[in-house]
Design a protein around this ligand. Structure first.
Ligand code: ZN
Length: 382
């Protein structure tokens, strides 16, 4: 037996998504802006109207995360948290109207349509309708909207650093209704070489920091990167690392006393950031200093956990597969999993449409995703 969406359910979900797209929440990455403010008001009002109490947790940069719980008078387990972020990437270069939510040929267009206002719309709809059912397999359902995700998971990081805990979590991101159980982690690494200035007509009297960095990069690409990339994960493939910025020098006739480079490094779940940094410093010796300036853990959730198996079963009807997938991108799950929460990533739409110049969502996937989650929460077999 399974529960099917009615035409009215479909209309309701699409209309929530339409309203969400029409509220811009573009994350510029600048602290002065709080792009999530208006969409947070919309969500708070929606939840209050359906009788769910809300709590707003404001980050140190003034941005709102919103939590709503049903019912709000129990701490019994198991609980399920439905999480999606409320910010979007910017609209530069978009070739469609970003905030008009136009519908054409079975698609809805707009910034955030796919990443990830579609998941938000489904979660809000579920919060309204789940209380209508007598038997659900969770003691409590929690809705969690996070801010600042597109700026390296700022909202979820704040929550986790301030004691937020969850049990089983679905992170709404575009997976084409497949169940994502793993993604790589990210390390942002700086290399800093110091030297001594001298007039460029007498280079031997100085110490050239650019030469030191280039020598270090050669060693890194010969020794460190091949070792980093040696392991292969069955869902994620290999770790990768690339030098992405290099800066140094003052003038054409001065030997540079400082040169810096950055590296974007994507790691597998079993790789230890601390060990990688130690080995990197060993490889470059005293040519430069190695600093890991930011770390985002990889995700790997056991696909045999009962709740993951149930979601895989529920998604099979539409996707034809009950195999979990690995994801190429980073999500808020990376933060929540650090606290012991069990996280899977799931949602309508594909990552190739997210952040794109004509971002859209196939509306059928919106309904499929909602139906999968409804049946999953009710514990029904398809
Ligand atoms: Zn996203």
């Amino acid at each position: 037996m399974s529960e099917k969406l009615t035409q009215q359910d479909r209309n309701e979900i699409l209309s929530i998504l339409t309203e969400l797209i029409k509220i811009p929440s573009v994350n510029t990455g600048k602290d002065a802006d709080i792009p999530e403010a208006r969409i947070a008001d919309f969500i708070t009002e929606y939840l209050q109207n359906i009788g769910i109490k809300c709590q707003t947790i404001v980050t140190d940069t003034g941005r709102p995360n919103i939590i709503g719980r049903w019912p709000d008078d129990t701490n019994e387990k198991p609980t399920l948290t439905l999480n999606a972020h409320i910010d979007t990437v910017n609209i530069d270069g978009m070739v469609i109207e970003p905030f008009s939510a136009d519908v054409k040929d079975g698609r809805i267009y707009g910034r955030g349509a796919c990443d990830t206002k579609a998941s938000l719309a489904i979660f809000l709809w579920l919060m309204k309708h789940i209380p209508d059912y007598k038997d659900i397999i969770y003691k409590r359902i929690e809705f969690l909207a996070t801010c600042d995700e597109e700026n390296f998971c700022g909202g979820s990081r704040y929550l986790v650093e301030n004691g937020y805990k969850a049990d089983e979590m679905i992170i709404g991101e575009p997976t084409n209704c497949r169940v994502g159980v793993a993604h790589r982690g990210l390390m942002n690494i700086n290399l800093i070489a110091k030297g001594t200035c001298a007039h460029a007509s007498v280079p031997n009297q100085g110490e050239n920091a650019i030469y030191k960095i280039t020598e270090a990069i050669t060693l890194i690409s010969k020794k460190w990167i091949p070792q980093l990339e040696a392991d292969k994960h069955n869902l994620l493939g290999r770790a990768t690392s690339a030098v992405t910025i290099i800066k140094g020098g003052h003038r054409i006739n001065i030997i540079p006393d400082r040169c810096e480079a950055t590296m974007d490094t994507r790691i597998l779940p079993n790789q230890s950031p601390d060990e990688l940094i130690d080995y990197l410093q060993k490889v470059v010796g005293d040519l430069c200093e190695v600093q890991c300036v930011a770390q985002y853990p990889a995700l790997e959730t056991d696909a045999n956990l009962p709740f993951v198996r149930r979601l895989l079963q529920a998604s099979k009807q539409f996707t034809g597969s009950d195999k979990p997938v690995g994801l190429p991108y980073l999500t808020d799950a990376s933060q929540f999993a650090r606290t012991g929460a069990k996280c899977v990533v799931f949602g309508p739409g594909g990552i190739e449409q997210a952040h794109s110049a004509n971002e859209y969502l196939e509306i059928d996937q919106l309904y499929q995703s909602a139906e999968i989650l409804l049946n999953f929460i009710l514990g029904l077999r398809q």
